[in-house]
Design a binder for this molecule. Structure first.
Ligand SMILES: Cc1cc2nc3c(=O)[nH]c(=O)nc-3n(C[C@H](O)[C@H](O)[C@H](O)COP(=O)(O)OP(=O)(O)OC[C@H]3O[C@@H](n4cnc5c(N)ncnc54)[C@H](O)[C@@H]3O)c2cc1C
Length: 437
């Protein structure tokens, strides 16, 4: 039997950051989560090993979609270089981040710029001519009415999510946190008086894990409702969606040409179903196979499917194949944005993102003062704000003073309502211009 003051379930982007801040705050912390990569294709026994951070690049910006995200992202980005220095692990590439905002949402763009300005974030506004001059290899998407270019250069580009998790866990361990490489199958009230909660599961070496704690932080990402980490009968209003990506292998002869591209998001505000052009693109990034890939992913067009059950999630994650419509869309958008790219090969990648109807992460207690907390709901772009999300979770668990400029209720976890009827209208939090990376 393991004993701790706080058990963190899930050693991903949020859990690792929370564990670091909890340990630094003086708590005796035990983190239980699978290490390493997502299992390769085949038939893994459970969902738990899959994580949204098993990749080489996540876009980093401080220009937020709203004040909540802008503040989370700015606070985290401002600490990234220090985090690299403290941990000895580099994970940030400052290639710049470009948002191509449809002119149809100019009010929103103006508000985003106002918030960024107030936070001291420098954003260059680029016209079509400016963009053509600065990024001749980038073509503008045919969004109705045109796009405005918003470019951030400083503390913007992409981070390596696996390395950021490794850095956070290293710092958590240095502050005294213990890490169990394993997965949790159940979390329930402990029947004995020693510790309010009992988390049980299996370590990577096959041995059983039993951990007692006064407090539990569930940080399992999109798998919260499906992987056994929430007590029986407890479910969040948290929805998992397929996140199909295509990776385009960049030929050696074209690498220098495209290497200096920024990360790109296209925000098409018109709700035109699968004809909506919202998309994100990562410039050439080196993957573990030694090759360089440009990677693209969608907005929340209907071709992105909700995954409702553990079986659906497992089939998607382990299947390794994206849908034909998803592939067509991503290939077409990539050709549109970088017409000169002549990929040597193209391969799919299947990941999962979690969406909350509030559009913000859930950070906080689930019940009335019983020590059960969650930190989930990255909404497809939680990597860049993960350090601050983990810090806020730790603040609440430790009973510290709330020092975020917006009330903690913004992050209040919402329990699941009755299941939605299959085929019902797409909920408003998924319709453009929202729902993008
Ligand atoms: C394809 C893709 C592209 C993205 N692009 C961006 C981007 O450009 N910029 C950005 O900021 N964000 C991006 N995101 C989102 C970002 O990666 C996520 O928001 C972030 O990883 C969320 O962190 P998390 O800790 O909630 O979840 P995860 O990183 O998924 O971590 C959860 C962890 O919990 C573990 N776990 C699950 N169940 C159990 C269990 N029962 N017991 C123990 N452990 C368990 C999992 O194995 C995993 O390690 C992207 C996501 C995807 C999938």
């Amino acid at each position: 039997m393991l004993n701790a003051e706080v058990v963190v379930v899930g050693a991903g982007m949020f859990g690792a950051a929370a564990a670091k801040y909890l340990a630094r705050g003086g708590a005796d912390v035990l983190v239980i989560g699978p290490g390493g990569q997502s299992p390769s294709h085949g038939a893994p026994a459970s969902l738990a090993p899959f994580g949204a951070h098993h990749d080489e690049a996540r876009i980093v910006r401080r220009l937020g979609w709203d004040r909540v995200w802008g503040t989370l992202d700015t606070r985290s980005a401002d600490r990234m270089r220090a985090l690299e220095a403290e941990s000895g692990i580099g994970f940030l590439t400052e290639c710049g981040a470009l948002a191509l905002m449809g002119k149809g949402v100019r009010d929103r763009t103006a508000e985003m710029l106002r918030l960024a300005g107030a936070a001291g974030v420098t954003v260059e506004e680029l016209s079509g001519t400016d963009l053509g001059r600065d990024f001749p290899d980038l073509a503008l998407p045919p969004v109705a009415g045109g796009v405005d270019g918003l470019l951030e250069r400083q503390s913007a580009g992409y981070l390596n999510p696996r390395l950021l998790v490794r850095a956070q866990l290293r710092l958590a361990a240095a502050a005294g946190a213990r890490l169990v490489n394993g997965q949790v199958a159940t979390v329930d009230k402990n029947p004995s008086p020693a510790g309010r909660w009992l988390a049980q599961g299996t370590a990577a070496d096959g041995t059983a894990v039993h951990a007692r704690a006064e407090q539990v932080v569930v940080a399992t990402g999109a798998l919260a409702n499906q992987s056994g980490a929430l007590p029986t009968g407890v479910r969040l209003d948290l929805h998992a969606y397929t996140e199909p990506n295509l990776l385009f292998e960049v030929p050696a002869g074209q690498l220098e040409r495209f290497r200096d591209l920024p990360t790109v998001v296209v925000v098409d505000p018109e709700d035109r179903g699968n004809d909506n052009l919202s998309v994100y693109l990562l410039p050439p990034v080196r993957y573990p196979d030694g090759k360089w890939y440009v990677r693209t992913g969608p907005g929340m067009q209907p071709l992105v499917r909700e995954l409702r059950t553990a079986e659906e999630m497992l089939a998607w994650c382990a299947g390794g194949t994206i849908g034909a419509e998803q592939a067509r869309f991503l290939a077409a958008m990539t050709r549109t944005l970088i017409p000169a790219l002549e990929p040597v090969s193209v391969r799919p990648s299947c990941c999962v993102v979690d969406k909350t109807p509030t559009r913000h992460p859930y950070i906080g207690p689930l019940g009335e003062d019983d020590g059960l907390f969650v930190a989930v709901g990255g909404n497809g772009h939680g990597a860049r704000g993960s350090d601050e999300i983990g810090r806020l979770a730790a603040t609440l668990v430790l009973g510290g003073q709330w020092d975020f400029p917006l009330p903690r209720e913004v992050f209040a976890p919402v329990p699941a309502p009755a299941p939605r009827v299959s085929g019902a209208d797409r909920p408003p939090y998924l319709t453009p211009p929202f729902g993008l990376c």
